[in-house]
Write a protein that binds this ligand. Structure first.
Ligand SMILES: [Zn+2]
Length: 209
């Protein structure tokens, strides 16, 4: 049942080129699907806990929430690529996969001067064409080792998952979207608290090897 929340080892072994965990013993916090009307609140939460995150943004949402996008940059967080329109790329052909990634790279490059290094496929779903496209653009695919459950709108679930699965080298996924709005602050607070209690440390600068 927790397959998605904590991907099993055998899946990781099938795709060795994909990043699942941090190779350093530091927790990497990633935030998917933004920017959104929720972004400012998320930035406040990160500031409160003195955390830096990697925001996996969609090109479409960057165009829609331009002020929020700028605020993420100004706050010193990192922006990476989550596709243009949040489609399930596993069902898409080569051309579509290339376009979803290149279009968002171009938007991010134009606004920030930065060439994205990481791609996270929407819903964690991808196919051969996705892997090909990521390679073509000199990027790495970053999945996760701990999906926080903030999108379930059920804080008890987040607490249970954090207690069970948070590790010293976890790549955590949280969400910048309407669905996580109600419990984002509470979830971040709990994850930060658990990290401290277990003497784990958050990464402030993930290095792509
Ligand atoms: Zn997503």
């Amino acid at each position: 049942m927790d397959f998605l929340y904590k991907p099993p080892q055998f899946i990781k072994a099938v795709f060795p080129g994909i990043i699942w965990n941090n190779s350093q013993d530091r927790i990497v916090l990633t935030i998917d699907d933004g920017p959104s009307e929720n972004t400012f609140r998320i930035l406040d939460g990160l500031e409160r806990h003195k955390l830096k995150a990697i925001f996996f943004c969609t090109g479409k949402n960057i165009e829609k929430h331009f002020n929020e996008f700028n605020a993420i940059i100004k706050s010193g967080h990192r922006i990476e690529n989550h596709g243009y329109s949040h489609k399930r790329l596993i069902l898409r052909n080569k051309k579509n996969n290339l376009r979803e990634i290149s279009k968002t790279n171009a938007i991010i490059k134009e606004l920030t001067g930065y060439n994205p290094e990481l791609f996270r496929p929407p819903y964690g779903l991808f196919n051969y064409h996705t892997l090909h496209a990521v390679k073509k653009y000199n990027m790495k695919m970053m999945m996760w080792s701990f999906l926080s459950g903030d999108h379930t709108e059920d804080f008890a679930q987040v607490r249970r998952l954090t207690d069970s699965y948070l590790e010293k080298n976890s790549i955590i996924v949280m969400h910048d979207k309407k669905k996580s709005y109600e419990i984002f602050d509470q979830s971040l607070e709990y994850i930060a608290k658990t990290t401290k209690e277990k003497n784990f440390v958050f990464s402030s600068n993930f290095i792509v090897n």
